[in-house]
Design a protein around this ligand. Structure first.
Ligand SMILES: CC(C)(COP(=O)(O)OP(=O)(O)OC[C@H]1O[C@@H](n2cnc3c(N)ncnc32)[C@H](O)[C@@H]1OP(=O)(O)O)[C@@H](O)C(=O)NCCC(=O)NCCS
Length: 159
């Protein structure tokens, strides 16, 4: 899929909300939280949330949000990544993840953390993370709800 990645702006909000809804991966409370983070990142560049969108077909088709993990030295979280289901399986998720990794490395990051759910609906991100060299470093059983574990993936960046 041809396209480019640029910093997200408030004008992208409605498109990103639509993508979050259409993925069917997130509950309403999670979409609300994702949009709060999106707002923080786009309204205040010093918020600690960096948001980038993938533009293709003249519209946002996906986005990634990452930031330094508070109270750490060189550890970063990738908080959200989502691609419009109509444009998945074309490498956009991988490009957004690589973009975030390169930006984190450029900012002096050395360790990336990704958290996701053990539910079958999250198999696609888990495959993307594994394929991109992330290691499943920890599990917190029943974290999100009974039977829904938190999986913690990490990747160390080369100095
Ligand atoms: C996880 C997610 C972002 C991946 O986005 P994506 O754009 O589909 O990712 P990619 O296209 O890079 O990779 C997906 C698959 O397509 C394949 N693919 C990539 N480019 C391709 C191409 N040109 N032709 C055919 N297949 C291709 C990849 O090999 C990969 O296959 P695999 O899953 O069997 O390993 C997307 O599934 C998503 O938005 N999920 C819902 C939200 C979510 O769960 N987010 C994570 C929690 S915050």
């Amino acid at each position: 899929m041809d396209g480019s990645i640029r910093p997200a702006a408030q004008k992208d909000r409605a498109a990103i909300k639509g993508i979050l809804i259409r993925t069917r991966a997130f509950r309403p409370a999670e979409i609300k939280c994702a949009l709060e983070v999106f707002d923080a990142g786009t309204l205040d560049r010093d918020s600690g949330y960096n948001v980038f969108v993938f533009i293709g077909d003249n519209a946002p088709l996906g986005y990634v949000c990452y930031g330094p993990t508070p109270l750490t030295e060189g550890t970063f979280d990738i908080y959200w990544i989502a691609v419009d289901p109509r444009f998945q399986h074309q490498g956009i998720g991988w490009r957004l993840l690589m973009w975030a990794e390169e930006a984190i490395a450029a900012a002096g990051g050395r360790l990336i953390i990704l958290q996701t759910s053990s539910q079958s609906a999250y198999e696609a991100p888990r495959r993307l993370y594994r394929r991109s060299g992330y290691i499943l470093e920890g599990t917190i059983a029943n974290y999100y709800s009974p039977g829904d574990d938190m999986l913690i993936y990490t990747k160390s960046l080369q100095p």
